[in-house]
Design a protein around this ligand. Structure first.
Ligand SMILES: N[C@@H](CCC[C@H](N)C(=O)O)C(=O)O
Length: 271
């Protein structure tokens, strides 16, 4: 099986080119590929499949009314499926360009959260039009050593974005957050963030299905949205352990800009 490896602000992914949708990708295979000792290692899997090759209708009615040629079949490291991945889709876009599967600096990618517009910037960074962010009220989570309160937000996938006082490096994210199951029947990604300068946030995340990661694009959008007064637009720089992304919020929704890198290509005999 061919694979590539890439990351966006050190949120890392195993990329599986499967244009014709022939791969039987079980939860067990995903867990093995993502295993950092027994496998290739990654926070998740990006399966690169033609939208037309999907046996099931995974792409909801695309917001643009079009069906993009390529679909990002995203899996978390534990084998679970997620609707969207903000860093993963930039890496997916970088892979499509790298492999010559798309050309130009504007194209669309299908996700379980609908079609997303990709723009390759002049400096090489990639901007994703993430669409609307849904503010859903407030909730809380019990972490290993404290309870945090924050904003319940959908960025296609579920988030709890919590502003904390004091350095976020002191927050213990070593255990899975305990969430309110009524608020989050499907679980959630939990972000802790703080202000570190004008228009600048710092954030850490515990990702559903992956544990603490060095970045989470949808989480970055969630934290920026939580930090923005209702009804206002804003531009945020968000620092994460693996780097920095920019979030642009306006009436049309959120755009996420950041780096995306392919680091290896090869063949695995794991599956
Ligand atoms: N790392 C991703 C989010 C991946 C999915 C998430 N763990 C979930 O289950 O919702 C990102 O960059 O957004």
């Amino acid at each position: 099986m061919r694979f590539a490896k890439g990351h966006g602000t050190e949120n890392d992914f195993v990329i599986l080119p499967d244009p014709d949708g022939e791969l039987e990708l079980t939860e067990e295979t995903v867990r093995l590929l993502c295993d950092r000792r027994a496998g290739l290692g990654g926070d998740g899997i990006l399966r690169v499949v033609r939208t037309s090759a999907r046996g099931e209708a995974l792409l909801p009615a695309a917001r643009t009314g079009e069906r993009p040629e390529w679909f990002m079949d995203y899996r978390n490291a534990d084998g679970s499926v997620a609707e969207m991945c903000g860093n993963g889709i930039r890496v997916f876009a970088r892979y499509l360009l790298h492999a010559g599967l798309v050309s130009g600096d504007r194209f669309e990618i299908g996700t379980r959260d609908g079609a997303k517009q990709v723009t390759v910037e002049e400096d090489g960074q990639i901007t994703i039009d993430m669409g609307r962010v849904e503010m859903q009220g407030s909730s809380s989570a019990k972490l290993a050593r404290q309870v945090v309160h924050g904003a319940q937000i959908s960025v296609g996938n579920p988030h709890l974005a919590c502003e904390v006082s004091g350095p976020i490096s002191g927050v213990d994210l070593s255990e899975p957050p305990v969430l309110d199951p009524e608020a989050f029947p499907e679980g959630a990604n939990v972000e802790v963030y703080g202000h570190v300068g004008p228009g600048t946030l710092q954030m850490r995340v515990f990702e559903r299905g992956s544990g603490e990661t060095r970045s989470c694009g949808t989480g970055i959008v969630a934290a920026a949205s939580a930090a923005t007064p209702a009804g206002e637009g804003a531009t945020w720089k968000v620092r994460v352990p693996g780097g920095e992304c920019t979030v642009l919020l306006d009436a049309s929704g959120a755009r996420l800009r950041g780096p995306a890198v392919i680091v290896a290509e090869g063949e695995t005999c794991l599956a």
